[in-house]
Design a binder for this molecule. Structure first.
Ligand code: HBI
Length: 358
């Protein structure tokens, strides 16, 4: 237990209810940091869109219209604020209660929380969960990095490098509750793909690799872009693939642990790639395009393979070499580098440093 408990108010992503999968990896990040810091005796509450659920963490549910997802916008698009913005309503609530909290932590990839930071008395930490996608966000976050040094956290160095203020970012990595993932040393002949079904995730390449190798591909994740999925099915009618839906962590790891590898095919700079450490925790090697977070996670040739980005043949070649990988080395890497305790230490240090600065 900590000797000086902090009161931390987390403000969630604005694009979906926590638990819906629309928030992608940041939903798991919020849950894991909140769980770990609460277990250390800190007081945590999460402000999130109505309908959000977060295990044993108190959630303050806020009504209003969800934000447009940043990755569907163009880089120079103006910021869109819906009439009854849930994001604006979340931050109005935060303004009213700010004196009850030591630090407020913003998890939304949105312009407003950064713009509001100088208007608040309580210090605000910003965890940015994607690479650069928007001129407006790059600009306002850059101003925040200068006005409030040390208050911007990211997951990886390659994600930080997509921003001009890379050197001002705290590198937090990420972490998972390893007790939820069961090691499997004897996989069946199948492959896994995990993530939001959306163009930036490059699912079509994994489907193409399954078709070429003839190894069945199990697809899990939120069906975010139905048209995108239908086009893949039309383009690869006889690929051995099966969509299993958006599963809970327990259900997902039950499937993934039986696979020979996880395929990661991001078209963008994946900020981290929670799914990579979830697979490693099950002893499942990760075959990933060498870009973004996964390139900093996978130990090439030891816990998986890094292949030339957007190269289906690269995926196929790596699949052929999977017998080289010792699956216990995958589990061990997750235990050493991606435990909740390691993530909790980095976050606790970050929040304490912000308090000292304020
Ligand atoms: N888009 N506008 C916006 N706001 C978010 O909080 C957001 C997003 N797109 C994706 C997203 N969050 C999460 O899926 C990632 O941060 C992981």
């Amino acid at each position: 237990m900590t000797n000086n408990p902090l009161k931390l108010l987390f403000l969630s992503t604005s694009v979906g209810q926590l638990g819906s999968g629309l928030g992608g990896g940041v939903e798991l990040t919020i849950l894991n940091i909140a769980k770990e810091l609460q277990s250390r005796g800190h007081k945590i509450a999460v402000v999130a869109p109505i309908g959000s659920v977060l295990e044993s963490i108190p959630v303050i549910e806020i009504t209003g219209d969800l934000q447009v997802t940043a990755q569907t916008q163009d880089y120079n698009d103006p910021i869109v604020m819906p009439a009854d913005s849930v994001l604006a309503n979340m931050w109005e609530y935060a303004r009213q209660v700010q004196d009850e909290w030591d630090v407020m932590v913003n998890f939304a990839y949105d312009w407003l929380p950064f713009y509001l930071t100088p208007f608040f008395k309580t210090p605000i930490a910003h965890l940015i969960s994607m690479g650069s996608l928007s001129a407006a966000l790059d600009r306002i976050a850059g101003q925040t990095a200068v006005q409030f040094p040390g208050t911007i956290g990211v997951h990886t160095a390659s994600q930080a490098k997509t921003f001009a203020f890379a050197d001002e970012c705290q590198l937090l990595g990420n972490g998972i509750d390893l007790s939820l993932y069961e090691f499997c040393n004897k996989p069946q002949s199948k492959l896994a793909w995990l993530g939001r079904i959306a163009p930036e995730k490059g699912l079509e390449d994994a489907v193409a690799a399954a078709k070429i190798t003839g190894i069945p591909l199990k697809i899990m994740g939120k069906m975010q872009d139905e048209d995108y999925w239908q086009k893949i099915c039309a383009d690869y009618p006889d690929a051995p693939v099966e969509y299993l839906g958006f599963l809970t962590t327990t259900q997902m790891q039950e499937q993934v642990r039986q696979c020979r590898a996880l395929l990661m095919t991001p078209r963008w700079v994946e900020a981290f790639g929670n799914v990579a450490i979830e697979a490693l925790a099950c002893g499942v090697p990760v075959i990933a395009y060498e870009r973004g977070g996964p390139a900093e996670i996978v130990r090439d040739g030891l816990t998986g393979f890094l292949v030339e980005p957007d190269s289906v043949n690269g995926l196929v070649g790596a699949i052929a070499r999977l017998d080289q990988i010792d699956r216990s080395a995958c589990r061990r890497q997750a235990e050493v580098e991606y435990s909740l305790a390691a993530l909790g230490d980095r976050c606790e240090d970050w929040f304490k440093s912000i308090l000292k600065l304020s």
